[in-house]
Design a protein around this ligand. Structure first.
Ligand SMILES: [Zn+2]
Length: 250
């Protein structure tokens, strides 16, 4: 019964939303929900412009597929500092991915560009705490977590990615570590601080990646944030989708 209600809710939301063109990496036959389209993207720390933070590392094709953000005061001074949603979107993952990642949030975004709707996933990891849950709608600048060390594995920092390919999820080892699958996060945000077509209700695909990470290829890269061991936990795939209110949809 609960499952039926959940399915009905998903269908209801999907049916009332604007239809987006399928983006890269959307498998056939997935469920759809809806979210608020992005009116622009902000930096995920020191919002909205990363004031008080610096990038200790950027995207290096094949090795490090995102930005590392550290507090300007160095060391673990940024431990527990706020991490914000880069844009409006739907929380599609909020749990401990274990391995080299630890507590992780993934937000699915839709935005209008070049006369079409496009999708992107933002990925926030090594978090100390998670303040959102799967299925929740996130607004641009909303607190989603805090900066962590992944159980002491690293000096506190935020590892932040923006993906083109919606299939990646926490299964980075299964996809080419290049610009066909990932954006350079800093450049992506700088180019999209303000976007047309924001604050509309647009449908977004769900179920595009496995929630259980697979054993990844550990050859060919030295990234300290690369997962090294498979997770020992099996988790259920389903989660509840909040009805998106769409109060600014008209
Ligand atoms: Zn990193």
């Amino acid at each position: 019964m609960r499952l039926m209600l959940r399915s009905a809710l998903v269908l209801l939301v999907a049916a009332t939303a604007a239809v987006a063109q399928d983006g890269e990496g959307v498998p056939a036959g997935v469920r759809y929900s809806a979210t608020r389209s992005a009116d622009g993207f902000d930096m995920p720390v020191g919002k909205p412009d990363a004031v008080g933070y610096y990038r200790s590392r950027g995207l290096i094709v094949g090795r490090h597929m995102g930005d590392d953000w550290n507090g300007s005061a160095g060391g673990n001074t940024d431990l527990g500092a706020p991490v914000y949603a880069t844009a409006h979107g739907l929380i599609i993952y909020a749990r401990d991915a274990r391995m080299g990642w630890g507590k992780t949030v993934i937000i699915r975004h839709v935005y209008w560009e070049n006369q079409r709707w496009k999708y992107a996933d933002s990925f926030y990891t090594h978090l100390h705490q998670i303040f959102v849950r799967e299925g929740q709608q996130a607004k641009r600048g909303q607190l989603v977590g805090s900066i962590g060390t992944n159980r002491g594995m690293y000096v506190a920092h935020l590892h932040f990615e923006i993906r083109k390919n919606l299939r990646i999820g926490i299964n980075q080892g299964s996809y080419r570590r290049d610009l066909s699958n990932y954006f350079k996060p800093y450049d992506f945000i700088i180019a999209r601080r303000t976007l047309p077509g924001g604050n509309r209700r647009v449908r977004v695909p769900l179920d595009t990646f496995r929630l259980q990470a697979r054993v990844v290829d550990t050859t060919g890269g030295g990234s300290p944030s690369r997962p090294e061991k498979p997770s020992g936990q099996q988790r259920s795939g389903g989660f509840r989708i909040d009805r998106y209110g769409g109060e600014t949809d008209r």
